[in-house]
Design a protein around this ligand. Sequence first.
Ligand SMILES: [Zn+2]
Length: 259
Amino acid sequence: MSRLLTDLPQPAALAALDARSVIVQPVGALEQHGAHLPLSTDLVIPEEIGRRGVERAVTQGVDAWLLPPLAASKSDEHHWAPGTIWLEAQTLWRTLVDVGRSVAATPARTLVFLNGHGGNSALLQVVNREIRRRFGLKTFSMGTGTQRAGGGGGDGPDEHGMGIHAGHSETSLMLALRPEMVDMSRAVRNVPEHIAEFATIGFNGSPVSFGWTSDDFGPSGVIGDATGANAAYGRELVEEGTAFVATALVEISRFEHAR
Ligand SMILES: [Zn+2]
């Protein structure tokens, strides 16, 4: 049975939900992913991992429901590449607050943003609190759990923790999920290795962050090394992501701020 809430008529959707229900809103992105991956890479991944994770969580007793993914989000770091369809931070903010308001009108009291694009992470953390304060929902944001090395990504061989965009893990995931959309003959390595010498400054997870756009690191649009990507590794990540999402939803379903 589909767990896509919007497959139901409105009265049936209303009847299906109660205060224990967990609504999962995947947040995708439409942005350049080099010459070898589709613009929809960051839409496909949270949609696929979200569906698998929600279905598994249901088998573990969670009343989880999916909304269709938001396709476009805050991809301003890829603004320089036409074909990228991006929202300003303020636009995404207002869109997510409106989703929160809409979910709060249902019997469900829990909203989870399942994020497929790292550029949204900071905003999602802030909007969690806004929606909680304004509408009283329990709110959560999470990634897809498909990148090793501490959530920020960069798990491929010799990526130095910087395989954050169209690199080893994303390319492997797409080889597992949408092989017909991947052109490995155009896969490249583009790792800004000089940044690895800085102890405090870096990408996600470093104590000092920095402003960047993806063309700061060269014209390919890739940040990472896609050349060794393979479907077998991608299938491992799909399973890890599915298990992560299911486990997180089980915890979210029993989370209380106070007891
Ligand atoms: Zn991506």
